[in-house]
Design a protein around this ligand. Structure first.
Ligand SMILES: [Mn+2]
Length: 228
């Protein structure tokens, strides 16, 4: 089976609970649509777990995008001052919940840092997967709707920081699955649940804000949650 989750944000317990709930095995594939790290405590621990699983496919979120330059600096120089990161950059990352990630990364050995850095650098910006007759476009988020724009011709920045237009159908041939925006912000009636409309499935249920972690199975379109 093919599963998709997003925005784990350091919630290691929910991540493991989900893997158990879907009975995740070697024959399955799990796409993780970014924002594994930050806000919650155990983002680095989840990334380290993901590196050991060949059938987990990571996609880049804005939180990894923000952390990567700092991971590179720390890996290169073994330590880092807030001044070296740049005060504004560091303040922006910390305001976005970067503290536990930075702390955990600094506590890693040189070897572990290299491994995590190499893995996070490998995160793809978007992926497409065909299951049965349906083609799914998987990315952390999407740029604002523009009928003139080819969805494959957008910047990395748009795929990690974009604000999708949930009222628009982007491409009738495809189903778009994204995270990034907790579904309660798209529709308050959908808080803590997966949102589907206009050929778009939004799966960030806001796990780090006390909601369940949500997962969708692409073969069955069944939704699974860590809590009911
Ligand atoms: Mn995000």
């Amino acid at each position: 089976m093919t599963y998709v989750i997003s925005d784990i944000h350091g919630c290691y317990g929910k991540y493991i609970k989900m893997l158990e709930k879907i009975c995740f095995s070697d024959g399955d594939t799990l796409y993780v649509l970014g924002d594994v790290i930050d806000r919650g405590e155990d983002g680095i621990r989840i990334v380290q777990d993901m590196t050991e699983r060949k059938n987990v496919i990571p996609i880049l979120g804005n939180h990894e995008y923000t952390a990567l330059p700092v991971f590179r600096l720390i890996t290169k120089y073994s330590a880092i001052s807030d001044r070296a990161i740049g005060p504004a950059y560091n303040a922006m990352w910390m305001a976005n919940g970067g503290e536990p990630t930075k702390k955990a990364f600094l506590e890693l050995s040189d070897e572990e840092r290299k491994k995590v850095l190499k893995y996070v650098e490998s995160f793809t910006v978007f992926d497409e997967v065909t299951v049965g007759k349906k083609t799914f476009h998987l990315s952390h988020t999407l740029p604002y709707y523009d009928p003139e724009r080819d969805i494959h011709d957008v910047s990395v920045f748009d795929f990690v920081w974009g604000e999708p237009d949930y009222d628009k159908r982007y491409d009738p041939e495809k189903i778009f699955i994204t995270g990034h925006t907790p579904t309660g912000f798209i529709d308050p009636n959908c808080n803590g649940r997966i949102w589907r409309k206009n050929g778009h499935i939004a799966i960030d249920c806001g796990a780090v804000f006390g909601n369940p972690l949500g997962c969708i199975c692409l073969e069955t379109m069944e939704e699974v949650y860590t809590e009911d």
